[in-house]
Design a protein around this ligand. Structure first.
Ligand code: BV8
Length: 259
């Protein structure tokens, strides 16, 4: 049952869907919650509850406790591999297929569910949980190609048999800068869009959260989908209290944008 949609919302969404780069979508961990992937804060429950996210999702934390951090990421990787894209991922991907060049998907998520749903051009602000990279710059990179990460010796974490370099997950840790070209593309999308749809994020992490302020200042209509209040609700013209997998398909269908 679709909720009563604010009247201007459907009109604005149709207008956004009629223009190139008209719609920007910013997703957070709540986008994948109904696929069974704990949100970032939920991931810090149970065994991991006793650790500070800064301790687990930062380079100093990894250097101090490489095995503990590697194990946390391994557990999360297993969860992502076992998960499937949900109706929210699939609805966004169907819209993107129907309206090439209209939506720009910006995600804070490090899972691959948007990509497995078909949106392979998503702007990944925080990297990719399923990718590995070397902790130190490979000494061979200067003269020739860096050692292949696939060749690392198994371990927790794996390490280079030649020089002992550790593997680390290909994510952006706290205190690390986001990939500049990805952040710039996301900022341009926030500036250009007619409507910014913000799905499943607490708005607690920067500079991702700043994209919402930027879109609002750029004159976009800002719409939040989240069952709970967030730190960026004050930036929204409309807050739709509900979940990604239920509200996204219903909203896009109500606007006549997906079947
Ligand atoms: C940087 C990869 C420059 C790792 C992640 C300005 C102000 C304050 C602080 C800062 C600032 N600028 C920089 C900072 C510091 C820091 C930061 O933001 N700190 C915060 C916590 C105070 N930022 C950084 O360090 C960034 N780097 O700025 O570089 C720099 C350089 C040196 C020194 C300083 C700065 C790097 C940030 C990237 C960190 N890496 N991920 C990993 O995943 O292990 S972020 C990580 O947390 C996740 O990827 C995720 O993006 C984020 C959590 O946010 P959410 O996605 O919103 O998830 P959360 O669990 O919080 O919320 C889920 C939401 O879903 C909830 O609202 C819930 O209600 C909702 N929900 C639940 N179910 C559903 C749902 N919604 C819809 N449907 C459902 N079914």
């Amino acid at each position: 049952m679709a909720p009563p949609w604010p009247a201007d919302l459907l009109t604005h969404l149709r207008e956004a869907a009629a223009r190139p780069r008209g719609l920007a979508v910013l997703t957070g961990a709540g986008m994948s919650a109904e696929s069974g992937i704990p949100t970032f804060r939920d991931a810090l429950t149970g065994h991991w509850a006793r650790f500070d996210p800064m301790e687990l999702a930062s380079e100093p934390g990894f250097r101090a406790h490489p095995q503990r951090v590697w194990d946390w990421y391994s557990e999360r990787r297993d969860g992502v591999r076992a998960a499937q894209p949900n109706a929210g991922h699939l609805a966004l991907a169907a819209f993107a297929r129907a309206r090439p060049g209209v939506p720009t998907l910006i995600t804070q998520n490090v899972d691959d569910l948007h990509q497995r749903a078909g949106q392979t051009d998503a702007l990944r602000l925080h990297g990719n949980l399923l990718e590995d990279r070397w902790l130190e710059r490979c000494p061979r990179a200067a003269m020739q190609a860096a050692c292949p990460t696939a060749g690392a010796e198994p371990g927790r974490p794996p390490r280079c048999a030649d020089c002992g370099n550790l593997l680390r997950p290909g994510v952006v840790w706290f205190g690390e800068s986001l990939p500049p070209e990805v952040l710039a593309a996301a900022e341009h999308a926030a500036d250009d869009c007619h409507l910014l749809l913000v799905v499943g994020t607490s708005g607690a992490v920067w500079p991702a959260a700043g994209l919402v302020h930027r879109a609002r200042q750029g004159g976009a209509l800002v719409v939040i989908i989240n069952p709970q209040p967030s730190e960026i609700d004050d930036q929204a013209h409309h807050v739709l209290r509900g979940t990604a997998a239920s509200l996204l398909p219903a909203l896009l269908a109500a606007a006549g944008l997906v079947g």
